[in-house]
Design a binder for this molecule. Structure first.
Ligand SMILES: Nc1ncnc2c1ncn2[C@@H]1O[C@H](COP(=O)(O)OP(=O)(O)OP(=O)(O)O)[C@@H](O)[C@H]1O
Ligand SMILES: [Mg+2]
Length: 277
């Protein structure tokens, strides 16, 4: 059976002020796969997500998402099928809004609620908050929530429109170990649902890569470094090459952990070289 293509990027370039931010990106995400997008600061991850959601336009190349080629589709309609959780969105939410209203606003893909909602919408929001373990926060004002609680509310908000594609741009940023694991458990639960959306998870941190992320895309300085099955790629030589630094990858309980395979007085110098390389 041929698998449906969810995202397809063909020779995509994104150039700003004559500087290529993304170059020659080819990427295909199929239904049933969940991808992790991994890259250091400034490698172009958020830019790539903005292209996928149609907020940025490629300088060259073609993009298709959920079977629609950009340029031939109403992006506002298509975006209703895409959930996006990012820290920039978290900051834009009106702080005085209740957690429940923030979740409800996901139905309209808006910041704040300007349309009328139904009883069904309200019970859907409550159900999602229950699923995400934050039902007790319904009447709390958003600004009084902790970072981890905000993240879970934002994931519930993104699920409100029943997206076919769910993009999570560093959802565990700023979370302590336990809050991070709670968010990760939730993501695992979402992935295990029969009608789960395709997940794209962006991170710098290898230990956040859950077993449900069948595939990984390594982005390095705006170019595709490697992409494929996570299990095949998480090898010390591949990651050492990716980071320009000898690192050791270890697998434990289906998760990956990274350590530096070097120490001593020359190490600081090596680190600096790998960043500037
Ligand atoms: N409008 C712009 N004009 C010029 N340069 C830009 C513009 N937007 C982004 N960049 C640059 O493009 C590069 C990629 O940025 P992007 O935000 O996509 O990286 P990222 O991988 O998401 O990084 P981080 O992990 O820090 O979030 C950075 O060097 C950034 O400074
Ligand atoms: Mg980013």
């Amino acid at each position: 059976m041929v698998k449906t293509v969810v995202i397809s990027l063909d020779s995509v370039y994104y150039i700003r002020d004559q500087k290529p931010i993304l170059s020659d990106i080819n990427w295909e995400v199929k239904k049933g796969e969940h991808w992790c997008l991994l890259g250091l600061n400034g490698s172009g991850k958020t830019t790539l997500l903005n292209l996928i959601c149609g907020y940025f336009w490629p300088s060259k190349g073609t993009i298709s998402v959920l079977g629609h080629q950009y340029g031939r589709v109403d992006l506002r309609e298509l975006r209703k099928q895409i959930g996006w959780v990012s820290s920039s969105l978290i900051e834009r939410i009106h702080g005085t809004e209740t957690a429940e209203k923030v979740v409800l606003s996901g139905k309209f893909a808006s910041i704040g609620i300007y349309d009328s909602y139904t009883k069904e919408d309200l019970s859907e929001a409550k159900e999602l908050m229950h699923f995400l373990g934050c039902a007790h926060l319904v009447n709390r004002s958003y600004q009084t929530l902790s970072q981890g609680e905000k993240q879970r509310i934002m994931i519930a908000r993104a699920l409100m429109s029943k997206p076919n594609l769910l993009i999570l741009d560093e959802p565990c940023i700023g979370l302590d170990l336990f809050a991070r694991e709670q968010v990760l458990r939730t993501i695992e639960q979402i992935a295990s649902q029969p009608e789960a959306p395709t997940l794209i998870y962006v991170t710098h941190h290898i230990e956040e890569i859950l077993p449900c992320f069948t595939h990984t895309f390594f982005l390095k300085k705006g170019r595709s470094f490697q992409q494929g099955e996570t299990k095949q790629l998480f090898q010390s030589p591949i990651l050492s090459d990716f980071f320009n630094l000898p690192v050791k990858v270890e697998e434990k309980h289906d998760r990956y952990f990274l350590s530096f395979d070097q120490k001593g007085p020359g190490f600081a110098q090596t680190l600096l070289k790998s960043i500037t390389k």
